[in-house]
Design a binder for this molecule. Structure first.
Ligand SMILES: C[S@@+](CC[C@H](N)C(=O)[O-])C[C@H]1O[C@@H](n2cnc3c(N)ncnc32)[C@H](O)[C@@H]1O
Length: 217
């Protein structure tokens, strides 16, 4: 598939999705609270490892309307930056988070073209990496690795196939990867997995959602 078409189709899909929790979660707004609870548990574990990340600055990648920033990252970190390519989602994120001094820089750009400008303790990527092809995903993760502060971690929370195959969704122009391919991509990006968990409490008829914590290898 032509890369330009893959990225353009995804941008067009999200441009037509309403700026709501249900919109960014593809009709699964009702799982938002369980999702955040699972993420908090995972983040708490990461903050209590030997040599944990600091809590000065986090980055929310593919931030949508700022759901993860507002409910998960801002309560933990002094400053949270967002990267999101859709203009209306960025505007909703600003409104929804409001006049919070913890809200940092909002970058309106695709992750395939994003070059971090700051150092981050945690870079959180959720339900977005299926919008990058393997080549761009490796490049993006390499740039994330270089943008980590001391003891910093990249956290990935994504749908994972139950088959060994990559599955393409032509509705939103994304792929869902098998765990084996994710691990290979982490290795290529010189990232080492230090912890992984599968989110519990989600409906049975959706993809399993895996969380991965990665440090520079
Ligand atoms: C399923 S939503 C998830 C939003 C948010 N991470 C959350 O969990 O609430 C996917 C988001 O990724 C954004 N997106 C899609 N392709 C992207 C890309 N190439 N770069 C950055 N953001 C992208 C969409 O605009 C949308 O906001």
């Amino acid at each position: 598939m032509d890369n330009n078409i893959f990225y353009k189709d995804a941008a067009r899909y999200w441009a037509n999705v309403p700026s709501t929790i249900d919109g960014v979660l593809g009709g699964f707004g009702h799982i938002a609270d369980i999702d955040i609870a699972g993420s908090k548990q995972f983040l708490d574990q990461l903050l209590s490892i030997d040599k944990p990340p600091a809590t000065k600055r986090a980055l929310d990648c593919g931030a949508g309307i700022g759901r993860v920033s507002k409910n998960l990252l801002i309560p933990y970190f002094d400053k949270v930056d967002l990267v999101e390519q859709d203009e209306k989602f960025i505007n909703t994120a600003k409104q929804s988070i409001g006049d919070d001094s913890k809200l940092g820089i909002l970058y309106q750009v695709g992750l395939q073209n994003f070059k971090p400008q700051e150092k981050y303790d945690v870079i959180w990527c959720q339900w977005v990496l299926g919008h990058l092809n393997d080549y761009d995903l490796i490049g993006f993760l390499e740039r994330c690795r270089q943008a980590l502060a001391e003891n910093g971690l990249v956290v990935i929370k994504e749908n994972i196939t139950t088959s060994d195959e990559l599955e393409y969704d032509d509705e939103d122009s994304s792929v869902t990867r098998p765990v084996k391919l994710m691990l290979k991509i982490f290795e290529e990006a010189n990232l080492e997995m230090i912890r992984t968990e599968i989110q519990t409490g989600f409906p049975d008829d959706i993809y399993p959602v895996h969380m991965f914590a990665l440090k520079p290898s």
